[in-house]
Ligand binder design. Structure first.
Ligand code: NAD
Length: 336
């Protein structure tokens, strides 16, 4: 039987996780939750997902002509595992609900690392989540950092990572977030939280981060400088990145996040998602023995395949992380 997955919170991340789970042959979406009968709920209904709502929202859904399958509590009862995609800091308030129902749960990177003992990245620590009840898939930025740092550390040993993150201020559908004309130090006091978040996956990595919020919606951009323990050339690093399942080397004259998203559109990808970390190929350089490169991170989608792999690990569907990654990638069209 397929693993029964419920998606609690159907926004930017939740709708993508639902679609990604629906593409796998070893798991199925038994329901999604919505609080309001808005356009996203209409699309969920068109896609055939069973919609579960808070008891207090039933009337509004009925008025909007949207069929409701039951309450969120009833959805959780039916599931083997819940992927909680509610906004950051809300997810943790659902923990008691999951514990009471005896259901496994995955939180997203907007929750504090303290929501559960295991933070997750499919390449770096899949084994730690094997059979676990509660896991947090780290944020979009931390996921992107782990995907680059893990293989470099395995092959050459990482002595020190320094990263500056230029963050997108809001997602494309977000009409509330700014700034619209400023670069905002985020935070002013250094370092930012991103370095410590990488350490929840790879505690031994020496990393310092700084972050700036910029008025753009497409992607985050990382400026990386890494001191490696062993010597290597820029070509060695390009080859290493090329060999990884969730890194895409970007060339073809692309020098911006806007063109990467246009590339995603031209590839015909669902919602123009770029699930891979996008490393600018020609930026990969060694200077005075240190590695430099730029990578762009599509914040709306890079954590989505990680959630699928986390389900596989927690539900013991696959022991080998590379096999799970390959299966997820194939079903979603990642790497094409
Ligand atoms: P979102 O605001 O787009 O979606 C959240 C959804 O949850 C909304 O549809 C909202 O109505 C619903 N919701 C709110 N309270 C609820 C409740 N109590 N029960 C059920 N549903 C509820 O948020 P998002 O961007 O998808 O973020 C979700 C999580 O993923 C956060 O932890 C966030 O930090 C993390 N994350 C976001 C991004 C990103 O760039 N958007 C990237 C990586 C991780």
């Amino acid at each position: 039987a397929k693993v029964k997955v419920a998606v609690n919170g159907y926004g930017t991340i939740g709708k993508r996780v639902a679609d990604a789970v629906a593409l796998q042959d070893d798991m199925e979406v038994i329901g999604i939750s919505k609080t309001k009968p808005n356009f996203e709920a209409q699309v969920a209904a068109l896609k055939g997902y069973d919609i579960y709502v808070p008891e207090t929202s039933k009337e509004a859904f009925a008025k909007a002509g949207l069929k409701v399958a039951g309450t969120i509590e009833e959805m959780i009862e039916k599931a083997d595992i819940v992927v909680d995609c509610t906004p950051g800091k809300i997810g943790v308030t659902n923990k008691a609900l999951y514990e009471k129902a005896g259901v496994k749960a995955i939180w997203q990177g907007g929750e504090s690392k303290d929501v559960c003992p295991i933070s997750f990245n499919a390449e770096a620590n899949y084994d730690q989540a094997y059979g676990a009840d509660f896991v947090r898939v780290v944020s979009c930025n931390t996921t992107g950092l782990c995907r680059a740092i893990f293989p470099l550390d395995q092959k050459y040993g990482v002595e020190k990572v320094r990263v500056t993150i230029v963050r997108r201020a809001g997602d494309p559908g977000d009409i509330k977030t700014g700034p619209i004309d400023a670069l905002v130090l985020d935070p002013v006091k250094l370092p930012s939280h991103h370095g410590p978040d990488v350490k929840t996956i790879m505690p031994h990595i020496n990393i310092t981060s700084a972050a700036i919020k910029a008025p753009t919606t497409f992607m985050h951009l990382h400026v990386l400088n890494i001191k490696l323990k062993k010597d290597c050339t820029a070509d060695d690093v390009k080859k290493l990145f090329q060999s990884r399942p969730r890194i895409k080397l970007i060339d073809g004259g692309i020098s911006s996040t806007a063109e990467i998203i246009e590339f995603g559109r031209d590839l015909g990808r669902s919602r123009n998602d770029m699930w891979e970390s996008c490393v600018f190929k020609d930026s990969v350089s060694i200077d005075d023995g240190e590695l430099y490169f730029f990578q762009a991170i599509h914040q709306e989608s890079d954590v989505v395949p990680e959630n699928v792999d986390a389900i596989r690990s927690m539900m013991k569907l696959e022991m080998d992380n590379l096999k799970s990654i390959e299966k997820t990638n194939k079903a979603m069209g990642i790497g094409l």
